[in-house]
Design a protein around this ligand. Structure first.
Ligand SMILES: *[C@@H]1O[C@H](CO)[C@@H](O)[C@H](O)[C@H]1NC(C)=O
Ligand SMILES: *[C@@H]1O[C@H](CO)[C@@H](O)[C@H](O)[C@H]1NC(C)=O
Ligand SMILES: *[C@@H]1O[C@H](CO)[C@@H](O)[C@H](O)[C@H]1NC(C)=O
Ligand SMILES: *[C@@H]1O[C@H](CO)[C@@H](O)[C@H](O)[C@H]1NC(C)=O
Length: 411
């Protein structure tokens, strides 16, 4: 998971004599501090490069990089609780230490009085040395306190950061109790005034969908691209090979990957989305020379699972060529084909999931869920399995990046 890594380096310059307190009290304080710091191993990693007397801690603050869900909210809430508890422990360690400093000061004053009143036989130099050591001890304790206070401040900052993440997640997930009030797609969200691209919760309106889904779907997160006065709901993205697209039927049905990176939204969700209203599809792609092209279909939907998520596309428009319909050879067309995942002949041969046509005819004219190749070399049979859009780059070229997104059709 990508996240923000906050690295906190805490250097404790504790002088040697601070460790040999008269009654071992400083050593005990050190122990208490360590206990407090080690109370939650999930939040810290001691750096292997940490030298003695120097501690290094790494905190992971979750961001909304992953698909959000109730599970993630629960996890963040637990982390916030743990961090608060830890902060409380550090706070009380610091106040105990402050008490000790007061005690040491009193003890040093008391010593002065004793030296004055007693018939102490030591030399004046001995007394001066002893006092000097006590002063150093006090100074060390004060330095230590400053360091712990700065740790406490950093912790406060981290807790605030986590609380902010939690609030964001909550707003995304539970912005309304009434499911009917969830936006039904990214275009809806854009209309509500949210113009930032990112992950949002939606809930398709299934009331007019035929056949009616057997179980009403829960709200789910999607990635929205807010562009040119509309919100596009992204259903697929490829960009670096991070996610394996050689997946079986249920994986393609439910979706997989990371919304901020590479993913397939899931056939069931795409079915619900594209049947609640009339949708258009826009596919944006990029080659290894950073050239871009797009293909738009003025109508796009997939049928339900009983129809094996069959593809229906309307009229093509764009710069990449039509990779779904072959006007000359109707048998080399993806429109009207059922979806196949890697558990079928074409799916396993082409290492992806798509609306392939017959195995005998070579399966594909396009395959945007094919295998990712991180560089493009000369002609190579490997690219037969690649991310392909033949009308644009031919049948031996695997694309650098692609995304598929939908928005309501203008009729
Ligand atoms: C730790 O920081 C909190 C603010 O986050 C503050 O209220 C508390 O007094 C601090 N504790 C110590 C011991 O400095
Ligand atoms: C948005 O408009 C720009 C400029 O007209 C165009 O290049 C781009 O492809 C458009 N993007 C979408 C998603 O329509
Ligand atoms: C599909 O793949 C997932 C993840 O690899 C696995 O857990 C599941 O059992 C597979 N399902 C079938 C029907 O093979
Ligand atoms: C293709 O899209 C462009 C830009 O949206 C539009 O001007 C043009 O009329 C469209 N062509 C067809 C054939 O739909």
């Amino acid at each position: 998971m990508a996240g923000i890594y906050l690295i906190l380096l805490l250097c404790l310059h504790v002088q040697a004599n601070a460790h040999v307190g008269r009654d071992g009290m400083i050593i005990e304080q050190e122990g208490a501090r360590q206990d407090a710091l080690e109370s939650d191993h999930q939040h810290q990693v001691t750096s292997p490069s940490a030298k003695p007397g120097q501690c290094s801690y790494t905190f992971t603050v979750p961001t909304s990089d992953q698909p959000l869900g109730q599970g993630q909210l629960d996890r963040v809430q637990k982390e916030v609780a743990a961090l608060n508890d830890w902060k409380y422990q550090v706070g009380s360690a610091v106040s105990r230490m402050e008490d000790r400093i007061d005690q040491v000061e009193k003890w040093t004053d008391g010593l002065d009085n004793k030296v004055e009143k007693s018939n102490y036989k030591g030399t004046v130099a001995d007394v001066a040395l002893l006092k000097e050591q006590q002063e150093e001890l006090t100074a060390s304790l004060k330095t230590l306190t400053l360091h712990v206070q700065s740790l406490n401040n950093t912790l406060g900052m981290l807790v605030a950061e986590k609380a902010k993440t939690e609030t964001t997640l909550k707003r995304g997930i539970m912005n309304t109790k009434d499911l009917g009030e969830y936006p039904k797609d990214c275009s809806n969200i854009y209309q509500e005034g949210y113009t930032q691209s990112g992950v949002y919760m939606i809930h398709p309106d299934v009331s007019s969908i035929v056949p009616k889904p057997t179980a009403p779907p829960d709200p789910f997160p999607v990635y929205c691209i807010m562009q040119n006065n509309t919100g596009w709901t992204v259903i697929q993205r490829r960009e670096d090979g991070f996610t394996d697209f050689q997946q079986n039927w249920s994986q393609y049905r439910n979706g997989f990957g990371h919304l901020n990176r590479e993913f397939w939204l899931g056939n069931e969700k795409i079915y619900l989305l594209t049947n609640q209203d009339r949708y258009k599809l826009r596919i944006e792609m990029e080659d290894w020379d950073n050239e871009v092209a797009y293909a738009e279909y003025d109508r796009f939907l997939i049928e339900d699972e009983s129809q094996t998520y069959r593809l229906r596309v309307g009229n093509y428009n764009g710069t990449a060529g039509d990779g779904f319909v072959n006007k000359i050879h109707a048998d080399l067309t993806h429109h009207n084909r059922v979806f196949q995942s890697s558990d079928t002949d074409c799916g396993s041969d082409k290492r992806g999931g798509w609306w392939y046509y017959s195995y005998a005819k070579g399966c594909q004219r396009s395959n945007l869920n094919g295998q990712y190749y991180s560089e493009y070399g000369p002609w190579d049979h490997r690219f037969d399995y690649g991310i392909r859009w033949n009308p644009w780059k031919g049948n031996r070229y695997s694309l650098k990046s692609v995304k598929m997104m939908i928005a309501p059709a203008t009729q």
